[in-house]
Design a protein around this ligand. Structure first.
Ligand code: DGL
Length: 271
């Protein structure tokens, strides 16, 4: 059984990839929406929540934990690994390296939360690649929340999402394949791939959008294999348990939409 968590529904973009990579494994997915979004909160809050969620997953007996949130990974992964040395903990980080490999203009846009972009972990990543490309960083305040709210199909929720996304995309500056233009955009928050179609429409169809779901899923499988963990090959479909600390309806609708999973979401008080 694998534990996967995020501040909300964003981690479902990683879970989608995990299910393709490890189809036989049962999963507990926890959306900490009662205490999110994390992106504009203090690091201490995100770290406290990471410890609380990890303790819960540990009690539930997960064999591995995927922190399917860039903001939580940046704030807490080192502490979580130190505090749980026997639990494999896999995190996510904005895919700057794959973007460098793809970009021709060497100008790369990075959309992520303020918490991720302000973190020391991200600063180290950026520093290691700074001589290979120019990175234009855009803290996308409000975007993860607008994506959560967009599950509500009302026209105003959809309009708010588009307005927020286009504001942040415009702030990146010129996008295209000409010299000095951004030709590759990193989706550095796990919520953003859920609205990749809308982002593509705003950014331009010929521009590469780079996300981390598939590489993280691959890394999880490899990590587990090196620990001698054998994949289940049962014929029955793996079980997904959906838990959240906020609204059950949102998570359930999101899972139905992006995972084609009809599992019943359950609310847990995790204070
Ligand atoms: N999905 C998360 C991330 O990858 C967090 C978004 C938020 O809670 O602000 O950063």
């Amino acid at each position: 059984m694998i534990g996967v968590y995020d501040s909300g529904i964003g981690g479902l973009s990683v879970l989608q990839a995990l299910r393709a990579e490890l189809p036989g494994e049962d999963v507990i997915y926890l959306a900490d929406s009662g205490h999110g979004p994390y992106g504009e909160r203090e690091r201490d809050h995100v770290l406290r929540r990471a410890r609380r969620v990890t303790a819960y997953m540990f009690e539930r007996g997960v064999q591995a934990l995927v922190v399917a949130c860039n903001t939580a990974t940046a704030a807490a992964i080192e502490e979580l690994r130190n505090e749980h040395p026997d639990l494999p903990i896999i995190g996510v980080e904005p895919a700057l390296k794959p973007a460098v490999a793809l970009s021709q203009t060497r100008r790369i846009g990075v959309l992520a939360t303020r918490g991720t972009l302000n973190s020391e972990k991200f600063a180290r990543l950026l520093h290691s690649l700074q001589d290979q490309a120019q990175f234009v960083l855009q803290p996308c305040d409000g975007l993860a929340l607008a994506i959560e709210n967009s599950l509500n199909t009302s026209a105003s929720a959809q309009a708010d999402l588009l307005e927020c996304a286009s504001l942040h995309v415009r702030a990146l500056g010129p996008i295209g394949h000409g010299p000095g233009e951004i030709d590759t955009v990193v989706l550095g928050c796990t919520h953003y791939p859920l609205v990749a179609a809308q982002l593509h429409a705003l950014i331009g169809q010929g521009i590469a959008l780079v996300e981390t779901g598939a590489p993280v899923a691959r890394q999880t499988r490899i990590r587990l294999a090196t620990l001698g963990w054998r994949e289940s090959h049962t014929q029955s479909a793996a079980h997904i348990e959906l838990l959240c600390t906020g609204s059950v309806d949102g998570l359930q609708e999101a899972a139905r939409r992006w995972l084609q999973a009809d599992a019943q979401a359950r609310s847990i008080p995790l204070n």
